[in-house]
Ligand binder design. Structure first.
Ligand code: NAD
Ligand code: UD1
Length: 338
């Protein structure tokens, strides 16, 4: 049985990954500083799987603690989710973002190498494509970033790629997520953002339960089907399954490779609102306002490279994403706090 260190293990995406890892016979060890998640997540994972995973509370900057985790648990590979992810906050708190996301990853890889563990799956983002000239986006398209969050992802990708050149033992998968949404079908784990959500789905879901009044749709004059921005929404359960496929693909000679994780299908904001209304039976009041600074017109993946190299394709459609996101929000209107 393979032991996988899951950094950021109690977070939104990682908690789903831990469920899938347990179901597929892996032994996950969770490591998280709880800066953006709750330890109650561990109880919920146990309720879903019947297995209580080991959880270590700690920060990536604590090298001594990380070393002791590698020594105690004999880690075979790492899925590195831990990171700060709010774009606006990254502009105001650039120092904290680079320290956490870039220096944190460096510390992790240093401890991994010392422990002779060279298999790493990294949570990157489609944000590294900047404002793409064409869609669908393929992995070989030019990379750029417009804010510290995006640059931290780009820097880490470059660092990891250089590590793989410097030492051929490294086997690294850079997973570029498009827009993860939805939740585990049980409704026991899901996304629980702090404060007012920045992202579309958590915002819509909080309007639906009456926590927020009205959705602002950022821009109605893009060159798209209906003038609103187009994104590639992907069910979080599909997304985490790709991580397990990536782990299996980390064979010798893999080096450092990037994979898009999207469905290949773009939907506009208005299409998403409609799909959510159909899934929930709740009307979502909205108004079209100015474009959000830094937003792009359209972003969706070409999933072909990932399909051929990892043997993975997304299975859930938009209706299933909305159904499961709504189920989580309805069962946990106050998130994990309640
Ligand atoms: P999340 O905030 O729910 O999870 C991240 C977890 O990492 C949190 O539990 C947080 O407490 C922990 N963490 C942060 N810094 C840490 C540190 N220094 N040491 C230990 N733990 C730390 O976010 P998520 O949505 O699950 O995202 C997971 C990863 O995927 C992040 O790296 C994020 O940048 C990336 N990503 C997310 C999205 C998205 O839309 N959710 C899109 C692209 C990429
Ligand atoms: C945002 C981040 C991106 C990050 C991604 C996943 C910005 C500029 N980009 O991408 O770096 O990788 O989240 O975490 O923040 N929308 C509304 N009203 C809202 C919220 C969103 O109309 O209240 C629209 C947006 O304009 C966009 C779509 O919904 O067209 C999706 O937005 P969002 O969920 O924030 O994701 P991204 O903008 O793709």
């Amino acid at each position: 049985m393979s032991t996988v260190l899951v950094t950021g293990g109690t977070g939104y995406i990682a908690s789903h990954a831990v469920v899938t890892l347990i179901e597929q016979g892996f032994t996950p060890v969770l490591f998280d500083n709880l800066s953006n998640s709750k330890s109650l997540v561990v109880d919920r994972i146990e309720a879903i799987t019947g297995v209580r995973p080991r959880f270590v509370e700690g920060d990536l900057s604590n090298i001594g603690l990380l070393e002791s985790v590698f020594a105690e648990f004999k880690i075979d590979s790492v899925i590195h989710f831990a990171g700060l992810k709010a774009v606006g906050e990254s502009v105001r708190e650039a120092q904290r973002y680079y320290a956490n996301n870039v220096a944190g990853t460096l510390a992790l890889t240093q401890v991994m190498a010392a422990a002779d563990c060279y298999s790493l799956v990294f949570s990157s983002s489609a944000t590294v494509y900047g404002d793409p000239e064409t869609v669908p986006i393929t992995e070989d398209m030019p990379l750029s970033a417009t804010n510290p969050y995006g640059r931290s992802k780009l820097m880490v990708e470059q660092i990891l790629s250089d590590l793989a050149v410097s030492n051929e033992n490294w086997r690294i998968a850079l997973l570029r997520y498009f827009n993860p949404v939805g939740a585990h079908e049980s409704g026991l784990i899901g996304e629980d953002p702090n404060g007012i959500p920045n992202n579309l789905l958590p915002y819509i879901a909080q309007v639906a339960v009456g926590k927020l009044e009205c959705l602002s749709v950022f821009g109605g004059d893009y060159q798209t089907v209906d003038g609103t921005g187009v994104r590639d929404y992907i069910h979080v359960v599909d997304l985490v399954e790709a991580h397990v496929k990536a782990l299996s693909a980390l064979a010798p000679e893999h080096g450092c490779q990037a994979y898009n994780l999207g469905t290949g299908q773009g939907y506009s904001v208005l299409e998403v609102i409609k799909a959510f209304e159909q899934a929930s039976g709740v009307e979502i009041p909205y108004k079209i306002v100015e474009r959000r600074a830094g937003d792009i017109r359209a972003s969706y993946a070409s999933p072909e490279n990932t399909a051929s190299k990892l043997g993975w394709r997304a299975r859930y459609d938009l209706a299933a994403m909305m159904r499961d996101h709504w189920c989580w929000q309805q069962r946990n209107p106050q998130g994990y706090e309640a």
